[in-house]
Design a protein around this ligand. Sequence first.
Ligand SMILES: Cc1ncc(COP(=O)(O)O)c(C=O)c1O
Length: 400
Amino acid sequence: MTSFYNDFFAERTELLKADGNYRTFLTLQKSAALFPVVEFHDTDGMQRSAVNWCSNDYMNMSCSDIVTARAQEVIAESGLGSGGTRNISGTTIHHRRLEESLSELHQKESALIFNSAFLANQTTLATLGAVFEQGVFLSDERNHASMIAGMQASKRPKRIFRHNSTEHLRELLQTLPLHQPKIIVCESVYSMSGSIAPLADFAELAKEYNALLYVDEVHAVGVYGASGQGLAFEQNCADGIDIINGTLAKAFGTLGGYIAANRSITEFVRSFAPGFIFTTSLPPALCAASIASIEYLVRNKHLRPLYRSHVARLREILRVKHIPFAENPSHITPVVIGDTERCKALSARLLRDFGVYVQPINYPTVRRGEECLRLTITLRHTEEQMHHLADSLASVIFTA
Ligand SMILES: Cc1ncc(COP(=O)(O)O)c(C=O)c1O
């Protein structure tokens, strides 16, 4: 590589640093037994511990003995990697069973697994969009980067509707001929703001205006719905959602993503989506562990109300301390700071002085001015840890 390229990339990174948006990673030592307490390597080289308040392992399934034992069992039996793409020797009984388990969970004809939900969103939307020459996307203005990437890759036009606005979506749909293929794209629980989409209204609009409805339930599966099927079940409109996207990496505690839909759609995506076809499949043990996790969360229905009571208790404690978090109906609690540098400084002080780990969320993950500390509680966080968090936040927010 000549110095031209070296200097070019280094300058771009320097610009990002000057902008305050350079990301630094905290290197954690995660213990399944102690989580959410984590050890980390501090900048002075010392090993310290902190309580993790920013994990998406909402139900602590990544640490579940049932899940890890199942993974170990299948590793012992089958080895680790799958050794192939799904088409070329990479489909095992565990991949098949996981897809059956997911289609059953969502009560759809079939499901298709991908190596991540990012990939599932990106390649599915790119492939569905590209096949409709006259197709158009209707996309919520707050959609995740993976869906935006997929829509862009399809090269189809995109109309953007105001966040969660049924009225604006209807207005846009009214401008399009009924016969024109349309795909409405949204999330159910928005990952950063914690807002919730009016899925039942969107489903009605999709039907009325002859559109497909694609919903990313990544932050909802395992957490909402009586059996963890997601928000569409909680809103009694699952039949009206044509394609559900979910992850195995958050509430289910493993890795991988999926779509669940009618067989005509999964068969089409399976046959044409490059992000499904041209990549080595997930390790069989991971698929088996995911099934164990799904089954556990389906069986243990009491965990979801318990989790919601944890969320409510945390918010009560934060309110008492006047912590300015954004009220929303979900489990994600963003404390809006509204300034990149302050957000980073508060996060650093929380870690250094109080042993509270909450990563600052800055542009481009959120819009400028919406920088926040995104708090996520898990089933294992204790009342004592909640009080410690609230006291620590009060100290840094009201004294800095
Ligand atoms: C809304 C949303 N969709 C998709 C993804 C991607 O999920 P995965 O981590 O399985 O790739 C994320 C990840 O954080 C997300 O927040």
